[in-house]
Design a protein around this ligand. Sequence first.
Ligand code: XUL
Ligand code: CO
Length: 444
Amino acid sequence: MTTTPFIGAREYFPGIGRIPFEGKDSDNPLAFKVYDAGKKIGDRTMAEHLRFAVCYWHTFCNAGQDPFGPGTRRFPWDGGAPMAAAEARLDAAFEFFTKLGVPYWCFHDVDIAPDSDDIGEYEKNLKRMVGLARERQQATGMKLLWGTANLFAHPRYMNGAATNPDFAVVARAAVQVKAALEATVELGGEHYVFWGGREGYASLHNTDMKRELAHFARFLAMARDYGRSIGLKGNFLIEPKPMEPMKHQYDFDSATCAGFLKAHGLDQDFKLNVEANHATLSGHTFEHDLQVASDHGLLGSIDANRGNAQNGWDTDQFPTDLYDTVGAMLVVLRQGGLEGGLNFDAKPRRESSDMQDLFIAHIGGMDAFARGLEVAHALLTESPWEQWRRERYASFDGGDGQAFEQGRLSLTDLCAIAARSGEPEQRSGRQEAYENLLNQYLLR
Ligand code: XUL
Ligand code: CO
C-alpha cells in the first residue's frame, strides 16, 4: 500500500488527504480514534486481523435513492456517457480507497461496468473496466477481497436467477457468473460471493421449492467447477439472508445454508459470508449467525453493517455498536481469524449528503471494529471469561461426563449414574457476571 493517495485525472475528494490515526482524544471527524493499522493485537496487526474492504455498490453507485425519492449525494463522477462515467467512478473509488487506507475492495460486475442485454457488449465493457481496475490495483497495492455478479437487478431475474422456473434465465445468469469469475481471477480476487438475490419465492402457490433448490445446488457446483478450472483458489461464499427482496430467501440463515451446503456436497468449496443486518432480519443476533457458521467450520467472510431495531428491513447502516463488534470479534478470534475480511456492505443515511460523509461513515465502522478487536482480544487473553466458560462444562472433562461425550454410555447407564448421584446441585449461569466483565473491558 502506497502512502500517497491515488489521484487520477481529477481529484474527486478535494480537501481530504490520507486519513490519519489521531487517537481517542482527537475530535477530528476525518481521523481514526482507534484503528491504527500497524498496531499489534496479539501476534497480528490490526490491519491483518480486520482485513477491511470497501464495497463498490453502496459507496460509489448508491447516491441515497429510496422507494420515495432519488439520491441526495451528487456524485461528481456521474452524468457522462456510461463508459466515461464508469471510468470516472473507478478513479474516484481508488482515490477513496487509498485516502481511507483500506487494503481491499469488493464489487459486482455491473457496479464497475455498464450492463447490456447484448452479451458481447456486456463482456466487452466488463473486460475494459477490469483492465483499468488491474492497472489501478498495481499502482496502489489495493487488493480484491471478492468479486460477484449482480443476478437480481435486471428485470429478467425477477423470478430468480439460478432458481428461475425458466431455464433460459438460468442459462443467461451463467453468462454473468462466468464473466464475474473471470474478472475476479484476473484481478487476483481472493474469494467469490453468491448472495442469493432473488433466489427464493414470493408465493408457494406457484413454486416448486424442491426443484428450485436442486437447480440452485447444480448451478453453484457448475460455477465452482469453472472457477477452480480458471484458478480461483479461495472460497466460494454464499450469503445468508431470510427475506428481501423475496418474501422467503432460500439462503435463510447460517444454519439453513450449512444444511444446504452439506446436503449437496458443496461444503468443501463453499463457506458463508455472514452479514450483520441479514442475521438480525432472520430473528438472530449477528453474533449468533457468526457462531453457527463458525461452529460448522463455514465462517469465511463478513459483511459488516447493522440494522435498526425499530425497522424490519435491511437498512445497511454502518456498524457503530460496540457490543456487536466485540461479539463478532470474539467469534472471529476464537476460530483463529478470517480467510475473508470485513466488507462494509453499508451506506450512509440518505440525509448524509456530503462527500465527506462517505469517509466519516467508514472511519466509524473501522474504529468500531478495531475497538471490538481490542476488547475481544483482552477478554480472551486477560480476563477470566474463557475460564468461566470452561468451568461451566467441567463435568464433561473427566469421569462419566467424558464417557458420555465419547459415546461410551447408554441411556440406562445415565439413569444408574443419576440414581447414584442424587439431585444435581444448582449451578448459576452467571450471565450478568459476563455482561459486567464485557463492560469493564469496554471501559478500560
Ligand atoms: C444485499 C447484499 C448484497 C451482497 C452482494 O442484501 O448484502 O449487497 O452482499 O451481492
Ligand atoms: Co451483503
